[in-house]
Every structure is written in structure tokens, then in C-alpha cells.
Design a protein around this ligand. Structure first.
Ligand code: SF4
Length: 434
């Protein structure tokens, strides 16, 4: 029996009216578990937005506007609409809201007396929730807007991600609902369990994916885009992700976080339970994606002058994946720079072979436990795993290898504005305690 529906709507350009009409048509086929009413929360993907180095990896404002139009038409007793996000790479979310055009969108809807609010997570009041079914998290801290919402809409970007078995979608968007140390803890081989733990508190009632242009093949923030022409709509995150994986020619049951969500009963166990509707053929997407290289392979196979030694554990969501992501970032935006890399020995995970070299780079805590390293100089990048920001910083100051994101505007964002926003968030939460 088909218990789940996923709607694929053909959409060739970023027109909010077309997006709204696709969602409306989809909603005539999809049954929602609850009405669109009360406090609505929209969670987009704004991991990084920059016109030069990250133009294609975020949920475009036209898709959000399409969703807003549907809420205003079909919602009942809508109290407010919060758009909540936490960007990546330690840059302020408010800057990403501005760069993505969300602030203009908010002003436009304010004129229509709609209560649309942009909430940068690092500046908001937080609240702790207990996870009864959590495998690794017994509790997490989330913004109060997420806890108090009545209806949750996820608006992911259709794109590949080497940290998540080449696919990121509705389930992986959950990582963006937590912040700070919690976001990186267990962000290693246990990432799939972590993603599904969070689903307990942020399981979307509706998913609308921006697949008009999809991004593929490199770093999740800087990779290139290509025209795909689809809006994906569903009321179940697992069914949604299974169908999106199919569009990308991937086997969803080999994507660990999807399999984990299936095992924990969050969605269909096979495609037999999913009805795929709409005017966009799956084969069309498969034809496009079959030509694409997703860049998801073992980090030691990345073609560059580094000699990368991969040890245990192999952490796709941790050191191995994040270092591969950094290499992709260079390849995406400054490919010639790869040729200038020195012949450096890089150890990721605990490596048991004997390494003899002048200089050795150890990425992450496990690499430090490698027993047979003989080198004049050993450089460590700390963390389990180290963050993208730390890797980019350490590679710059220790090896003079600049990531393409080292731009004045992003440096100002990351090292001046972001700490100020964090201080603001700290005061907001302190006031709550007093
Ligand atoms: S230090 Fe790195 S390799 Fe070791 S468990 Fe953490 S993320 Fe994995």
C-alpha cells in the first residue's frame, strides 16, 4: 500500500508564483498531519551565501516566497512565521539572510502586514529538550522558536555533500537546528545516529526542496550548480529523501542516515510504500545526474600533492569528510592552487603504518594516537572533528595555503561580526536565567 506521497513539480526558473502554484497542486495530493496554522516555522539551508564563492548552495529566496504565498493563501489563524537558520563556517546567520535576499523579502511582507521574522539561531533564546528516543543525545538545546512552533516546514537545497554519503536533504537539515559545541559533538562516524536523534524534536510537517538548480560535486558550501528544474514536496522527510536520492542515482539504503531513520520507524521501508506524483519525470533527473561526479570518494584518493594516509575510524561525517570537504573547496574555486600544494604527509584517523617524513600533518585527535610517526616537525589540527573554520585557519597560518573563502568580507563576518552576535546571544540567554 502507498502510504507516502512525494510530488515532483517541474519548475524551470526562480519565479515565486510558479513555486507557490506547484506547492498548492502538491497539497491537493499530499495529506498533512496537521493544518497550516498557529506559529509557523520555516527552516531553509543558508549554510553559506556569497555571490563569488558560494552562489548555488542555498535555498533561494524565491522558493521561500513561494512557501509564504501558500501559507497566506491556505493557512488558517497564522499567528507568525519565523524563518530560523544557523549558518556554517562560523559566519553570522544575519549576514547570510542579507546576502540571500531574505531581509528584502521580510520587508516586502511587512508591508502586507504579515508577521515574518528572521531568527539567527546564535542570537536567540535557547531551551533544552529531552530526547526520549535519542541514541547518543539524551537532550539538546534548540531555539525556543523551534520548540514552540505549531507547524514546521523544511526548505532544503537539492545538493550533494561528501559528509553525508553524497546526499544532503531534509533529514540532514536537522543539524542546522542545533548550534555550538552540540553541533560538532558526535559529528563523526556516529553522525547518522545524531541526525536521526534530532528528528525527534524537529520532524518537518512539510518539506519543500529547491531543486530548480542543484549543487554537486565539491564542498557543500562552494560547489557548482547546474539546472535541474524541480521542486520536491512531501509531508514525510524520509520518503522525501529517498526520492531525492533516487533523482541523484543514489541508493537511499546505502546512505546511512536515511537507513537509520528507516530503522527507527520515521518513514517508508521501501519504494513500494511511496507514490511519486507530479509532472517532472524521475528519469529526467537521473539522466542529468548520471553525468555528474559527486566528489564522494575516500579522502586519500583526492588528486593532489599531499600524501594522505587514512586511518581508523574512517569518519565520513568527521575528520575524513571535513578534510575532503576542505580539499574540494580549493578545487571548486581555486583549482590551480592545488598544484602549488607541498608534498605533505597528512594523517587522518589512527594510522598504524610507519610514516617517516620531514613534516607531518595530523588531522583530528585520533591521528595523534598513530604509533609510528617519525618526523622533524609534527603539526596537529585539534578537534573531534576539527571544524571547517579551524582547518581553513590552520592550513592558512601553518602552511600558507589559503582557502578560497579567505575574502575580506567573510573574514570580517567570521572574526568580527560573528563573535559580537555570539555575545548578544549569550546575553539574551543570561537574561533568561536572571
Ligand atoms: S578525531 Fe576524527 S577520526 Fe577520530 S573519532 Fe573524531 S572525527 Fe573520527
Amino acid at each position: 500500500m502507498k502510504k507516502y506521497t512525494v510530488y515532483l513539480g517541474a519548475c524551470s526558473d526562480y519565479n515565486p508564483d510558479t513555486v507557490a502554484s506547484i506547492i498548492e497542486t502538491a497539497l491537493t495530493h499530499i495529506s498533512l498531519a496537521k493544518p497550516i496554522s498557529g506559529k509557523i516555522l520555516i527552516k531553509p539551508n543558508l549554510v553559506l551565501v556569497h555571490p563569488k564563492v558560494a552562489p548555488d548552495c542555498h535555498t533561494r529566496k524565491e522558493v521561500i516566497e513561494g512557501i509564504l504565498k501558500v501559507i497566506h493563501k491556505q493557512g488558517s489563524d497564522v499567528e507568525k512565521i519565523n524563518i530560523v537558520e544557523k549558518s556554517g563556517l562560523g559566519v553570522p546567520t544575519a549576514s547570510m539572510f542579507r546576502r540571500a535576499g531574505y531581509k528584502k523579502l521580510k520587508r516586502k511582507y511587512k508591508k502586507n502586514n504579515a508577521r515574518v521574522k528572521l531568527c539567527a539561531m546564535e542570537e536567540r533564546r535557547r531551551t533544552t529538550v529531552v530526547l526520549e528516543k535519542g541514541k547518543i543525545h539524551s537532550h539538546i538545546s534548540i531555539p525556543k522558536e523551534i520548540k514552540e512552533r505549531d507547524f514546521l516546514i523544511f526548505a532544503p537545497k537539492l545538493k550533494t555533500n561528501v559528509l553525508a554519503h553524497a546526499y544532503t536533504g531534509a533529514l540532514k537539515l536537522n543539524i542546522g537546528t542545533i548550534d555550538g559545541k552540540e553541533r560538532l559533538s558526535y559529528h563523526h562516524h556516529q553522525l547518522p545516529a545524531k541526525i536521526v536523534d534530532i528528528l525527534e524534536t524537529a520532524n518537518p510537517d512539510l518539506v519543500v526542496t529547491d531543486g530548480i538548480r542543484m549543487a554537486f560535486g565539491g564542498n557543500q558550501m562552494t560547489q557548482q550548480g547546474t539546472d535541474m528544474g524541480v521542486i520536491v514536496v512531501s509531508s514525510n522527510a524520509v520518503a522525501h529523501d529517498m526520492v531525492c536520492a533516487k533523482l541523484l542515482n543514489l541508493d537511499p539504503f546505502k546512505i546511512q542516515h536515511i537507513q537509520e531513520a528507516v530503522d527507527r520507524g520515521y518513514g517508508p521501508t521501501s519504494f513500494d510504500e511511496i507514490e511519486i506524483l507530479g509532472d517532472f519525470p524521475v528519469e529526467k533527473a537521473q539522466k542529468i545526474t548520471s553525468q555528474l561526479d559527486f566528489g564522494f570518494y575516500p579522502v586519500e584518493q583526492f588528486p593532489c600533492n599531499f600524501k594522505i594516509h587514512s586511518g581508523i575510524p574512517y569518519c565520513i561525517g568527521g575528520c575524513h569528510g571535513i578534510f575532503l570537504d576542505w580539499l574540494h573547496m580549493v578545487k571548486d574555486r581555486k583549482p590551480k592552487r592545488l598544484k602549488r600544494f607541498p608534498p605533505l604527509n597528512v594523517l587522518i584517523g589512527k594510522v598504524n603504518e610507519t610514516i617517516e617524513a620531514k613534516k607531518v600533518l595530523l588531522v583530528g585527535e585520533c591521528a595523534k594516537a598513530s604509533p609510528h610517526v617519525k618526523a622533524k616537525k609534527v603539526v596537529c589540527i585539534k578537534g573531534c572533528p576539527p571544524s571547517h573554520k579551524r582547518i581553513a585557519w590552520d592550513m592558512m597560518v601553518r602552511f600558507f595555503l589559503l582557502a578560497p573563502l579567505v575574502l575580506p568580507s567573510l573574514i570580517f563576518d567570521a572574526y568580527v561580526l560573528y563573535p559580537l552576535k555570539k555575545i548578544k546571544g549569550w546575553f539574551v540567554n543570561l537574561k533568561k536565567l536572571l
